[in-house]
Design a protein around this ligand. Sequence first.
Ligand SMILES: C[S@@+](CC[C@H](N)C(=O)[O-])C[C@H]1O[C@@H](n2cnc3c(N)ncnc32)[C@H](O)[C@@H]1O
Length: 264
Amino acid sequence: MAGVQESAEIRDAVRQRYASFAREMSQGDCCTGGGSCCSGAAGGKEPLVVYSAEDLQEAAITRGTSLGCGNPIAAADLEPGEVVLDLGSGAGLDVLLAARRVGPEGTVYGLDMTDEMLALAQANRQRAGVRNAHFLRGQIEAIPLPDQAVDVVISNCVINLSADKGAALREAYRVLRPGGRFLVADMVEMEPLPDALRSSLESWAGCIAGALPSDRYQELLERAGFRGIAFEELHTYRGSDVGAADLRGAVASMLINASRPVDA
Ligand SMILES: C[S@@+](CC[C@H](N)C(=O)[O-])C[C@H]1O[C@@H](n2cnc3c(N)ncnc32)[C@H](O)[C@@H]1O
């Protein structure tokens, strides 16, 4: 686990990368930084995240708006009236889709630490005419919501970016009500990464170096209190996908499903 100084360094590198992507996205030109799923259509290739044309139309935003590595909304079975929290909400696509699904009696919070992303998400929310979504500034390791405030936690390619994943998962658990669901798309390490990638801040900010093996991820989820944990592989990344060093299948995106027990 990263030390305090390293954590601050990681957070700064992550924030800078996504501030720069937000500026590009607000000019309709994301994302030239390339390098991973977190850059969406890196290298001019088709994005790996599949949202239907109806989804995108519904959210009134464009395909380049996702920097995720899966589609947690498709698996979340959201019900009208539910309260949802999106960890690392970026430009807000998943928040806007969730807001439509939970309806006017439901609420969706998007949490992000990057001001430029929050501003873009607000603009996207206004354009989509969505009223039941709120964007919060803060860190996923210290969620600015009370205990047991939400029914569902979603997230899309963010927890791998945290320098303290244990804290992020404990916080997700704390804010979930008993019986609440955790549906997260994230990067997972399949094979040990080459040292040069593992120690690169750029690779961390690009959603590669911070990926945990699934057994370690599972252990942190269990320690936080989650049960019913399941990993579903979505896409194995190779150099050709991401325009970075050849990853040779060392990382994959996964859908991670878990819940807070009803009696906890
Ligand atoms: C790869 S992007 C994903 C954005 C969005 N979930 C999506 O699917 O498009 C990562 C986002 O998480 C935010 N982020 C990264 N680490 C964070 C942390 N520790 N706390 C809060 N936000 C964080 C970044 O600012 C960025 O907007």
